[in-house]
Write a protein that binds this ligand. Structure first.
Ligand code: NAI
Length: 241
């Protein structure tokens, strides 16, 4: 059975991706950082739909913890490897740079950009050796255009986009593809509290996207038919730029 790892997989977009990949026959490793109940509920949903999965709790922003957990998983599963990696975990701490605290900068960069290194680096070698792998990085519209109040988040996601393009070229010949997805507004905990009615007026499609719509794009990118697509940033934003 092929294995997929989804970071921040316990809720929101990550959860929808876990369920979708499980429905495609992947054994899904659901990474999460703190909410045991949400993670267990996601795993229960995977299993009750006839899928296979397991939980792997670690903080993707913590290099040593990530390395230890991933090495532990690999040791416990000799001969297996993570063929699909979805670097989905991320946080927002919006503030104008004038008032942005150090923690708000470093934590946001840590959860998206440093996490890309912390998780991808240990999992890359088996993909390259097996000559098959898919890496999908969850970026953002904010990382493409830069949004005021989000210098930290825009920098994290913009960096992730550049890392995607660079790594794609490093591993393309080994049949590993690396792509980024740049969602606009998707209905999850991350967008709860935003003025949805006002924001919807600015979106050409006049609605927020659904986590399942992002998961469907991930499903396409992991498939064999997407094997010539690499180093790309694919927007899913209802026409909002
Ligand atoms: P969410 O807040 O519902 O879920 C984020 C997930 O990441 C949670 O499961 C959380 O526990 C996990 N996470 C955060 N920090 C972590 C850490 N240090 N270690 C492990 N897991 C961690 O958010 P949502 O909306 O599902 O976001 C998923 C991804 O999509 C994020 O990277 C976000 O930046 C990105 N995104 C979301 C958009 C939206 O409108 N919802 C728009 C553009 C991008």
């Amino acid at each position: 059975m092929k294995t997929a790892l989804v970071t921040g997989g316990s809720r929101g977009i990550g959860k929808a991706i876990c369920l979708r990949l499980a429905s495609m026959g992947y054994h899904v490793i659901v990474n999460y950082v703190s909410n045991d109940a949400a993670a267990e509920a996601t795993l229960a949903e995977i299993c009750s739909a006839g899928g296979s999965g397991e939980l792997l709790k670690f903080n993707v922003a913590d290099r040593e913890e990530a390395l230890k957990c991933l090495a532990g998983w690999q040791e416990a599963h000799p001969g297996e490897y993570v063929e699909v990696l979805v670097n989905n975990a991320g946080i927002r701490k919006d503030n104008l740079l004038l008032w942005l605290e150090g923690d708000e900068w470093y934590n946001v960069i840590g959860a998206s950009l440093n996490a890309f290194y912390n998780v991808t680096r240990p999992l890359l070698q088996p993909m390259v050796l097996k000559k098959k792998g898919r890496i999908i990085n969850m970026a953002s519209l904010s990382g493409l255009k830069g949004l005021p109040g989000q210098t930290n988040y825009s920098a994290a996601k913009g960096g992730l986009i550049s890392a995607t393009k660079a790594l794609a070229q490093e591993v393309a010949a080994r049949k590993v593809t690396v792509n980024a997805i740049a969602p606009g507004f998707i209905s999850t905990d991350m967008t709860t509290g935003l003025d949805e009615e006002a924001l919807k007026k600015e979106i050409p499609a006049k609605r927020f996207g659904k986590p399942e719509e992002v998961a469907a794009l991930v499903a396409f990118l992991v498939g064999d038919e997407a094997s010539y697509i690499t180093g790309q940033v694919i927007s899913i934003n209802g026409g909002l730029y």
